[in-house]
Design a protein around this ligand. Structure first.
Ligand SMILES: [Zn+2]
Length: 137
């Protein structure tokens, strides 16, 4: 269906057109009717070039978040509360990011990623708060 604007906006004509030509979706290759703005198959904008996303490994992100959480706690205990809180903050952000990542990437081990990311967040939060307390106290 196409909305064709006329010189009178109030009399914009809505027409249903059948186009014989097809537009290949740049992302999934689905043959859409010409003039389709969003692919009927995958909702990709057909006028936009598709660049495949870089393969990210959610498990690595979750693992790093965990590591940052542990590092944050260790830093609080050994170096300083401020450094520990900083590491904890980074760990929380990274953990929050990696907890959502498996949803967008097919074939990733969702349960493992999410629990590892959750652990990373928890450790980072503890490290962050511990650092803050040490900083204040
Ligand atoms: Zn498509």
């Amino acid at each position: 269906m196409f909305i064709i604007p006329t010189q009178f906006p109030a009399v914009t004509i809505i027409t249903i057109s059948v186009f014989p030509n097809l537009m290949k979706c740049p992302k999934c290759g689905f043959d859409n009717p010409e003039g389709t703005l969003f692919c009927e198959e995958c909702d990709w904008r057909t006028d936009q070039i598709y660049k495949p996303e870089k393969k990210r490994n959610p498990l690595a992100f979750a693992g790093v978040a965990c590591l940052l959480g542990i590092l944050s706690l260790a830093t609080c205990l050994t170096v300083s509360g401020a450094a520990g809180a900083g590491l904890g903050a980074i760990g929380m952000v990274l953990g929050g990011y990696s907890v959502n990542l498996p949803r967008y990437i097919a074939g990733s081990n969702k349960a493992l990623c999410m629990s590892l990311a959750g652990l990373g967040i928890a450790l980072s939060v503890i490290g962050f708060l511990f650092g803050l307390v040490e900083l204040v106290g």
